[in-house]
Design a protein around this ligand. Structure first.
Ligand code: 5AD
Ligand code: SF4
Length: 439
C-alpha cells in the first residue's frame, strides 16, 4: 500500500478586512499546500505566519506592526519561523514593512500571491522576498486547482478585482488596482469544483462586482450561466456600485430562483453635495429611483448598505439628508463608518471634521440603522424561510444556518445535516439572529 504524502509544515493565517481577503487567504493556504504546508489555528506551533491585511481605514498599518510585535517571542524561540505580510497593507507599505520590522521575511501584494511558493522557497534559502507588482500573468491561472476535499456548504468566489471608480475617500483603486474581470469559463469551472466538494451556495466577490464584464450580459450573464450548474442552490454577490446595477441584473433578481433576495448596495451618503464631493457620480434621487426598480423586480429583497459619516465638508444638514435617505429606503442590514483619512486619496487634502462631531453623528446613524435592522428581523416572525444549515449551534440539539435574506437562523436539529436546505418557520427574533422550528 502506498502512503499519501503528508503535509508536515504548519501555516497560520490571520485574515483582516473584507470577504475578498477571506477568499485570498484560502487560495494562499492552497498555494502553500504545494510547499508542504497545512493550516493551523494557532501561531504557537506555526512554521510560517501570514497576516492578510486590510488598508481601508486608518491605523491599519499600525495595527499590523503591533500584531507583528506579538510574534517576536515566537521568532526568537524558532529562528526558522517564516513571517509574511500579504494583502492591501503589504501593497501600500511594500519594503517599508521589512525596514520597520526586520523579522518579516516576505511581503506580498493581493495581485501577486500566486508567486508565494517561489517566495517561500527564497525565504527558505535565507533571502527576503518582496512582490507588490501588478503582474500581467493571471494569478488565478497560476494558482493550484481548488482542493477536492469536502468543504462547508457556502463559499466565496472572486470574479472581479480592483476598482476604477475613484471615490474620493477610498484607497482600493490604489491598493487593488484597475478593474479586472476573470474569464467566465474559469469561474464556472471553479464553481463546479466547489459544488463537487459540497458547496451549495456561492457568493461572487468583487470590489465592484456588478461591473463584471467577463461574460455576455455582464454579471447577470454570469449569474444565469451559474444558474445552470447542477447542485448549486444559491447565488449571492457583493459589493455593488449603484451605477453598475443594469437592467438585466435588476431583472435577474425577479426571475432567477437561485439568486437570493439580498443586495448590498452602498450609497455612503444621502446628501447630493457630499455625493458629488465623494465622486460617487449619482444623486440621491437616482438612488431612490434605482431602489424602486429593484424592489419592483423583487419586493421582498433585503437591502444592505455602507455609510460614511463626517466626510470633509459634511454639514449637519448634509448628515440629516443621510438620515432621511435611510428612513426613506429602510435597510435590513448596514455597515457604517466614521470618515477616515487615507493618505494619497483626494479627500485627504481637505479640512477634516472634529472627532466629536463625527462620533455624535455615527451614534445617531447607528441607532437608526440598528432599529431598522431589528424591525426587519422582527417582521420575519411568523414567516417561513428556507435555511441552508451550516453548523451546530451553541446550545445542544441546535443547528444554525442562513435564510434567503442572510439572517442567521437557529432551529432544533433532529435529522438535519450540515448542507441541508430546510424550511423553517420563524418563531423568535433576537439581536442578531432568528429562532425557528422545522416545517
Ligand atoms: N473612511 C471611512 N470609511 C471608508 N470606507 C472606504 N473608505 C473609507 C474611509 N476612508 C467604507 C465605505 C466602503 C466600505 C467598504 O468601507 O463605506 O463601502
Ligand atoms: Fe472604493 Fe468607491 Fe471603488 Fe467602492 S466604488 S472600492 S468605495 S473607490
Amino acid at each position: 500500500m502506498t502512503e499519501t504524502p503528508k503535509n508536515t509544515k504548519k501555516l497560520y493565517v490571520k485574515t483582516y478586512g473584507c470577504q475578498m481577503n477571506v477568499y485570498d487567504s484560502e487560495r494562499m493556504v492552497e498555494a502553500l499546500g504545494g510547499q508542504g504546508y497545512e493550516e493551523t489555528k494557532t501561531p504557537d506551533d506555526a512554521d510560517m505566519i501570514l497576516l492578510n491585511t486590510c488598508h481601508i481605514r486608518e491605523k491599519a498599518a499600525e495595527k499590523v506592526y503591533s500584531e507583528l510585535g506579538r510574534f517576536k517571542g515566537l521568532k526568537a524561540a524558532n529562528p526558522d519561523l517564516k513571517i509574511g505580510v500579504a494583502g492591501c497593507v503589504a501593497q501600500a507599505e511594500g519594503e517599508e514593512i521589512i525596514r520597520r520590522q526586520p523579522m518579516v521575511d516576505l511581503v506580498v501584494g493581493p495581485q501577486s500571491y500566486h508567486r508565494l511558493p517561489a517566495m517561500e522557497q527564497a525565504v527558505g534559502e535565507g533571502r527576503k522576498a518582496l512582490d507588490t507588482e501588478f503582474p500581467d500573468d493571471d494569478k488565478f491561472d497560476t494558482l493550484r486547482k481548488r482542493a477536492k476535499t469536502k468543504r462547508g456548504p457556502t463559499a466565496f468566489l472572486t470574479v472581479q478585482e480592483g476598482c476604477d471608480k475613484f471615490c474620493a475617500f477610498c484607497v482600493v483603486p490604489y491598493t487593488r488596482g484597475a478593474e479586472v474581470s476573470r474569464p467566465a469559463d474559469r469561474i464556472i469551472r471553479e464553481a463546479q469544483e466547489l459544488v463537487e466538494a459540497g458547496v451549495k451556495e456561492i457568493t461572487l466577490l468583487g470590489q465592484n462586482v456588478n461591473a463584471y464584464h467577463g461574460h455576455d450580459g455582464g454579471l447577470a450573464g454570469l449569474i444565469w450561466a451559474l444558474d445552470k450548474v447542477d447542485g448549486l442552490e444559491r447565488i449571492r454577490f457583493t459589493t455593488s456600485h449603484p451605477n453598475d446595477m443594469d437592467d438585466a441584473l435588476i431583472e435577474a433578481h425577479g426571475t432567477c430562483d437561485k439568486l437570493m433576495p439580498y443586495l448590498h448596495l452602498p450609497v455612503q451618503s444621502g446628501s447630493n453635495s457630499i455625493l458629488k464631493a465623494m465622486n460617487r457620480k449619482h444623486t440621491r434621487d437616482e438612488y431612490f429611483r434605482l431602489i424602486e426598480r429593484i424592489r419592483a423586480a423583487r419586493p421582498d429583497l433585503l437591502l444592505s448598505g455602507d455609510f460614511i459619516v463626517g466626510f470633509p465638508g459634511e454639514t449637519e444638514a448634509d448628515f440629516e439628508d443621510t438620515m432621511d435617505l435611510i428612513r426613506e429606503v429602510h435597510y435590513g442590514q448596514a455597515y457604517s463608518f466614521k470618515y477616515s483619512t487615507r493618505p494619497g486619496t483626494p479627500a485627504a487634502e481637505k479640512p477634516q471634521l472634529p472627532d466629536d462631531v463625527m462620533d455624535d453623528r455615527l451614534q445617531r446613524l447607528q441607532t437608526l440603522l440598528r432599529d431598522q435592522q431589528r424591525a426587519t428581523q422582527d417582521a420575519m416572525v411568523g414567516r417561513t424561510v428556507k435555511v441552508l444549515f451550516e453548523k451546530a449551534g451553541r446550545e445542544a440539539g441546535q443547528m444554525i444556518g442562513k435564510s434567503e435574506y442572510l439572517h442567521a437562523v437557529f432551529a432544533p436539529c433532529e435529522d438535519v445535516a450540515v448542507g441541508d436546505l430546510r424550511e423553517v418557520e420563524v418563531t423568535t427574533s433576537a439581536t442578531n439572529s432568528l429562532g425557528g422550528r422545522l416545517v
